[in-house]
Design a protein around this ligand. Sequence first.
Ligand code: CA
Length: 246
Amino acid sequence: MGRTRRHNEDCFKIDPKRQLYIVADGMGGHNYGEVASEIAVKAIQEFIEKRVGGQAVAESSAEPGSSHTKLLKDAVREAHRKVLQEIDQNLALQGMGTTVVTLLMENGVAAVAHVGDSRAYRVRDGRLDLLTQDHTWVNEQVVAGYLSEEQARVHPLKNVVTRALGSEKDVEVDVVREEVEAGDLFLLCSDGLTTMLNDSEIHQYLTPGKPLDDVCQALVDEANSRGGLDNVTVVLLLAEENRGNA
Ligand code: CA
């Protein structure tokens, strides 16, 4: 929940059976943000469930992971449609929307799809890499060279997202595929974490060997101890030795 918000507009899902992990961060007046993030998370999970049915995704092309990368992208598009549909049916919900970041693991490949400023990171061999690019006004300024990453992180307009599910008719979904190595640690989070801790501070918590539940709790506690200005959601998954699974 954080320290200052009265609602938790973040929503997450861990579905080990389908190797599907989702974090969504809703926005909108009253408590409609939590409506949007819940719709999105549910829609993605149902879409994957329907298409996969608990079975492995059949590989139909030469490049490993390409079919489940597309599947995940389609799932996020479906979530966007579901949020729009809800707004159409209830005008009071106008203006609600949600970010999302989601990871689907299959055959040793992680597909990561996102819209908005929820992020995915990977730690490999002691190195932290950001796998997603925030769809925010401040990040556009960073890319253009007008702001440093640290200036962007604390900028008054840092919450202005340029893409969200439910905000416009169409949504562009970014998706990447990453071949997974044993020992890879993936982190999905809402901006409630990344506005309170910078990347190197987050990295300090992601040391190998610690129980993941403890690491999640420590990150949330740290964000809260720095003010907890927003809802904070952290999901961690570790690729185990010789399994290629998380
Ligand atoms: Ca947030």
